[in-house]
Design a protein around this ligand. Structure first.
Ligand SMILES: Cc1cc2nc3c(=O)[nH]c(=O)nc-3n(C[C@H](O)[C@H](O)[C@H](O)COP(=O)(O)OP(=O)(O)OC[C@H]3O[C@@H](n4cnc5c(N)ncnc54)[C@H](O)[C@@H]3O)c2cc1C
Length: 309
């Protein structure tokens, strides 16, 4: 059977694209995921702030945040906390939220009436068919006239011509208890050494925890396993900057590989084959998923126009 549209990858951006297609009542959409494959979103810190220097990026994040707030207000079971961002070095305090990315993805998946689900195991190849594309997985395959690839970093190997740097991302979850008067701590970002550190509070496994991340401070190219670099952060002055973190140890490392480029991309490497990546962030997935759904419908119209009559 050849489906009209296959959305391949049901992480934030694939789920958002399927959601937008379902909202527009587009028929013949099938969503394909390898349920055993871990998406980056399962490790996400869930931080969402739309105050960015790039206006386009800022708009995409704000659209996503507005969507989440409005769904939560209508009763959607998405865990969300208001969590402003404090840029310590400039004294700026701006709006932000922290969400549970799994909840957002589950909610999007549930809100897609008319979209069928297929699990073909781990997708290993996308092959050209006759006016279609065949998605080949370890446990089966699916063929569709238009295929949207939304497999996160796995897009890099499967989308023809797509090259891009993949980077490791890590968050250190600390073992310190969060006291009631610390619970409203904003997401704090500050320079440290040659880079940045950020500290925020997140509910993990039913408990509020301090979470620490860094950029450009510790080199970590170990894509195979987590690395506890808290001692290096203390060595660089973390406890002097945040005295309340002194004496902490790492209780858990959330980590994964992600697309290094912060620019979202939606492109069509072959007619009817579209590749989307949300620019290293759950926080822009609703806007990027909408752009991907638009591209899918454009490709579908183009295929209908060029089909022999
Ligand atoms: C440690 C860490 C912290 C982060 N923190 C934040 C944060 O605070 N805020 C933020 O906005 N972003 C954060 N991110 C980034 C964010 O999680 C990713 O950019 C985002 O999840 C990418 O979404 P995606 O839909 O493109 O891909 P993914 O989230 O990777 O989802 C891909 C989907 O495709 C499926 N899949 C993948 N490969 C295959 C395959 N070969 N076959 C079949 N199925 C497959 C997976 O099962 C998954 O459902 C963080 C990432 C990491 C790793």
């Amino acid at each position: 059977m050849v489906h009209a549209i296959a959305v391949v990858g049901a992480g934030p951006v694939g789920s958002a694209a399927a959601y937008h297609l379902a909202q527009r009542r587009v028929p013949g959409v099938v969503r394909v995921d390898g349920s055993a494959v871990r998406g980056a979103f399962r490790q996400s810190g869930g931080s969402v702030s739309w105050h960015r220097p790039d206006p386009e990026r800022s708009r995409a994040i704000e659209e996503t945040a507005r969507f989440i707030r409005s769904e939560v207000a209508s009763g959607a079971p998405i865990r969300m906390r208001d969590e402003p961002y404090l840029y310590l070095d400039t004294g700026e305090l701006v709006d932000g939220i922290n969400i549970e990315a799994d909840d957002l993805v589950d909610h999007l998946r549930r809100s897609t009436d008319g979209v069928a689900d297929l699990d073909v195991g781990e997708v290993r190849a996308v092959e050209p068919g006759d006016g279609s594309h065949r998605v080949v997985g370890t446990d089966g395959e699916v063929e569709a006239e238009v295929v949207l690839l939304a497999l996160g970093v796995a897009n890099v190997g499967l989308s023809p011509g797509l090259t891009g740097e993949v980077e490791k991302r890590q968050l250190l979850v600390l073992d310190l208890p969060v006291t009631p008067s610390q619970q409203r701590l904003p997401h704090i970002i500050t320079r440290l050494g040659e880079g940045f550190v950020y500290v925020f509070i997140k509910e993990i496994d039913g408990r509020l925890r301090f979470v620490v991340g860094q950029e450009d401070l510790v080199e970590d190219e170990d894509h195979a396993s987590p690395v506890d670099y808290l001692p290096q952060l203390f060595g660089a002055g973390l406890a002097e900057r945040f005295p309340f973190l002194a004496g902490a140890s790492t209780a858990q490392v959330r980590w994964g590989s992600d697309w290094a480029g912060k620019e979202p991309h939606v492109h069509e490497p072959a007619p009817g084959l579209i590749s989307v990546n949300c620019g290293s962030a759950v926080r822009s997935c609703i806007a990027v998923g909408r752009a991907a759904a638009d591209a899918v419908l454009t490709a579908q119209r183009a295929a209908a126009t060029s089909a022999p009559t």
